[in-house]
Design a protein around this ligand. Sequence first.
Ligand code: ZN
Ligand code: ZN
Length: 340
Amino acid sequence: MSAGETWMAVRDGLLYCIPANCYIDPHEPVGRAIITHGHADHARSGHGEVFATSETIAIMRTRYYTNDNTQETALNYGERFDLGNGVTLWFASAGHILGSAQAVLEFQGERVVAAGDFKRHPDPTCAPFEVVPCDVFITEATFALPVFQHPPLEREVDKLMRSMATLPDRTHIVGVYALGKCQRVMKTLRLAGYKPPFYIHGALKRLTELYESYGQDFGEWELVSDIPRSKKDYFTGKVVLCPPAQINDRWSRRFANPLPTVASGWMQIRARARQKRAEMALVVSDHADWGDLLRTCEETKAKNIWITHGRVEALEYALKQRGINAKSLDLIGMEEEVGE
Ligand SMILES: [Zn+2]
Ligand SMILES: [Zn+2]
């Protein structure tokens, strides 16, 4: 057996640490769960015990459980915790969204890092990815095809700013995922000098406020629903943010001359942009692209790479060509479209 295989396993389609009797990002309720971050395909409700960063716990509370009896243990990045039976857990930042973490597990001199979702591009709304040398690196593969090379976010935001300058009579409606993408786009627009208030859909409110409670500043923003429907022109020349499904539905008809835009990593694929009926596509991803996936796997110096979800075969093949042991894990419940 190679490193990690005596004490880390896939049980019923879930990633499991045997001596600690603990699952990582389990898709269904379990006794003990380590949660890497708050996106819905990783953070589910109903576990007996949860280990996560305090930000992730706050996100989970906001999204689901009010009447849950889950026992929570919040750990800061780098803080070591004894899970029992000789297993130590600590979190390293993953650079994906606020509070996102790689779960570092140590047992009998071996170290396994389950990265969850991660990215290497800079993000002003969360701590940067930390490379943790390990024996086994467990990685996602959401954008694991050579075609995926994510541009700098500044370039995409600049595209939006130029469009607003050229088409001042349009209302730019930007479809963003509510957790992470929304806040990263707002913050980057501010850093690029965008001054007017943002107008946001109600579905983005609570998580934006949660980011603010952790010290993020997005400047002034208002809820679209607080502006009377009669004021159709009110939003002209401004940025409106909403979930991607709303850019073209009934909700968007309240705006004069809307310009539907989607911010997503998938926007690099033209067919996906067409499918969303977006007039403008911003390539904004919170996942590592092809080059960063390979670079990260190499930087961890791990001799064994286990791949959880996404374009598993392509990454497995490329790693094997580089002489690295790679295998895909058959996990259930990981969705590629969440928070992409
Ligand atoms: Zn995620
Ligand atoms: Zn994910």
